[in-house]
Write a protein that binds this ligand. Structure first.
Ligand code: SF4
Ligand code: ZN
Length: 303
């Protein structure tokens, strides 16, 4: 089959939902274009902005880092060392090697030094590891972005992540989470502006990009991920996508266009009630502390 774009080279990848097949070079151009469209459509950032990208060593974050640098954006990266022995060191090695290759600045936060490595935290907090881990990561992403005066924080969340999160939030009618679901969240209430430039591309498309660009990413599965509920929703959405091509993006974009605007008044009411942590200044949840200061408190009490 010939590439549907240049009509010259042999196609190496078929994208059924776009009714297209591309050769290697045309796919990379197409992929970059999808990211540029996302950035432009949501006015995420410009070439003058200082961008902080959260990286884990996996294909999504390293690919996004690569795209942004190739498109000429000013990017530094942040890696959070979760302190998971046998896993975090390997992830860091990939990130460090990639940072050297690409020539971008890398900032590291070590949770062991912070006193809250994830394996220790999950012994004190009775929740799924991914829920606590996600909360701690978001806290440090925000804190580093604010302290170092970055304009925006970007993450490698893709269409599969966003659509499956939306699917789960709708099935369980989590209206508070639905209010916060968008490819761009503005700077407000002590939280730095956050953007997801990969929201138009799928996990499979990112894997193809990483392969074509020879990105050496970390493939090991996190030992604490067992029972993570989002993989179930992802699988179900992929099943639907096989039956009805394009359903994922239609579901997500439809929500952004039709439903999200209706939720914004409820969000304003919620914002009026927000208080801040008396220790670190991050938005507080209960007893005057934020979620991470609460975790630190619990761990200290157990000592
Ligand atoms: Fe953290 Fe869960 Fe990801 Fe492991 S799988 S790094 S525990 S969010
Ligand atoms: Zn705090």
């Amino acid at each position: 089959m010939k590439c549907t774009r240049c009509r010259k080279n042999q196609a190496e990848i078929e994208l059924i939902r776009h009714n297209a097949a591309f050769c290697r070079d045309c796919f990379v151009d197409f992929f970059h274009l999808q990211v540029q469209k996302a950035i432009k459509q949501w006015k995420m950032f410009s070439k003058d902005d200082n961008i902080l990208i959260a990286v884990s060593g996996g294909k999504d974050s390293l690919s996004l880092w690569n795209v942004l640098v190739e498109l000429g954006y000013n990017v530094s990266a942040l890696f959070i060392d979760l302190g998971i022995d046998g896993f975090s060191e390997k992830a860091f090695a990939k990130v460090e090697a990639f940072s050297n290759k690409i020539g971008s600045k890398l900032i590291v936060v070590d949770l062991k030094k912070e006193g809250i490595p994830i394996p220790k935290v999950i012994k004190s907090v009775r929740r799924h590891p991914c829920s606590v881990c996600g909360q701690i990561k978001r806290y440090y992403f925000n804190m580093v972005a604010i302290k170092n005066d970055f304009d925006v924080l970007v993450t490698g969340h893709n269409l599969d992540d966003e659509a499956s999160r939306l699917f789960a939030n709708v099935l369980h009618w989590k209206s508070e989470y639905l209010q916060d679901q968008a490819p761009l969240l503005p700077s407000e209430n002590g939280l730095k502006k956050k953007a997801k430039p990969f929201f138009r591309v799928t996990e499979q498309e990112i894997a193809a990009y990483a392969f074509f660009k020879d990105i050496d990413y970390f493939v090991n599965e996190c030992p604490l991920s067992k029972g993570a509920i989002f993989s179930f929703y992802k699988k179900e959405l992929n099943r639907l996508e096989c039956e009805s091509h394009g359903i994922k993006i239609e579901f997500y974009q439809g929500f952004l266009k039709e439903i999200r605007p209706l939720l914004q008044n409820a969000k304003k009411d919620r914002n009026d009630k927000i208080t801040f942590c008396e220790r670190c200044g991050y938005p507080a949840t209960k007893n005057g502390l934020c979620s991470v200061c609460n975790i630190k408190e619990k761990i200290n009490l157990k000592k």
